[in-house]
Design a protein around this ligand. Structure first.
Ligand code: ATP
Length: 203
């Protein structure tokens, strides 16, 4: 399971999915755009756009499907609920939850995090210490995960200094670091953003 706001999905998300598929030898990966993100204060763009961009961002990766169950479910999206459903759908399977270091560090704030650990093995990619609009800085230091006292597997992925916040800032014009959006997001996502005039307003 790989969940996120995906507002929008970017190259680091694709790299993370690709790394997890290879390193863990996954038979199936469910990409789960969140419905109501209980932990984000910002209003996300409509789910239909995030789903369409996920289809483009993860296109061509083997065994990947974009799963809309959290969007269709009423109320806030809790990973514990989603994993319980997946466990019932794949009896006997070993489940992994793919996430970045920022989410691992916040893991004990998740609703029913103990249930998540019972259902799935955490598979974590490191991330720079700055994850907002500053994420694209070249001189990123990676998060120190040595003090984390919950079990997890490390994904062997080079640091990707990128965040959806930085992508939105770039489109909105607050940052003009890169001439082309497809340096930050897969080409199909860049085209979708431009065709649908997304992220033109401050978020
Ligand atoms: P935002 O900037 O809007 O907060 P984000 O870039 O963190 O968004 P999410 O959709 O919130 O993207 O992230 C989904 C998952 O992908 C999370 O587990 C997050 O830690 C992970 N992730 C996102 N960007 C990276 C990155 N550059 N390196 C490693 N993991 C990442």
């Amino acid at each position: 399971m790989f969940g996120g706001a995906f507002d929008p999905p970017h190259w680091a998300h694709r790299a993370l999915a690709e790394t997890a598929l290879k390193q863990l030898g996954l038979d199936r990966m469910h990409i789960l755009p969140t419905g109501q993100a209980w932990h984000k204060t910002r209003v996300l763009i409509p789910a239909e756009h995030r789903v369409a961009m996920c289809e483009r961002a993860f296109a061509g990766l083997p065994n990947v499907l974009v799963d809309q169950r959290e969007i269709r479910r009423d109320g806030p999206s809790y990973t514990a609920d989603t994993l319980a459903e997946l466990a019932a759908e794949y009896p006997g399977a070993q489940l992994f939850l793919v996430l970045g270091a920022d989410q691992l560090l916040a893991f004990k704030t998740w609703v029913r995090w103990q249930e998540v650990l019972q259902c799935a093995t955490l598979a974590v990619a490191n991330r720079g210490v700055n994850i907002g609009a500053e994420a694209v800085s070249d001189s990123q230091v990676e998060q120190d995960l040595s003090g984390v006292d919950i079990p997890f597997i490390r994904l062997d992925m080079p640091l990707h200094n990128l965040s959806a916040t930085a992508v939105r800032a770039q489109v909105h014009g607050k940052s003009r670091r890169y001439p082309d959006l497809d340096v930050l997001v897969p080409e199909g996502v860049a085209r979708y953003i431009s065709e649908h005039h997304l992220y033109r307003h401050a978020t």
